[in-house]
Design a binder for this molecule. Sequence first.
Ligand code: HEM
Length: 107
Amino acid sequence: MISMSMTHMDESIFQNPTMFDPTRFEKHAPSPPPFSYTAFGGGPRMCPGFELAKMETLVMMHRLVTTFTWELLKKDESFKRVPMPEFDQGLLVRVKPLKETRASYEA
Ligand code: HEM
């Protein structure tokens, strides 16, 4: 049994662990020590789909932020870890296609 958040939230391994910083996973970034980043497990039974999953996640994120605008409806939203992140108010967002948003700015 592993506790991923023990190492994922360890400041001696990941600088500013609670900060959203995708650059920490870029190719030129220093690799974390073995078995400290365990989202995909580790060792001989490590997830064989991890490269595919990372690529799919990147493509999906790119599409979501370039196709839609996102508006946070509860500005005082926060979350706690129990142990997975859970939003206090359900993370309500208004999502609009980017084309529609541009049209309303132009009107
Ligand atoms: C965000 C997406 C994914 C996450 C977080 C994830 C995570 C994991 C984890 C933690 C394990 C256990 C590894 C271990 O025991 O050390 C695992 C195993 C596995 N994953 Fe994934 N996975 C993801 C996506 C995928 C995809 C896209 C595929 C296939 C296309 C896949 C196929 C597998 C298989 C076949 C195993 C079993 C490997 C074995 O027992 O030898 N996973 N995954």
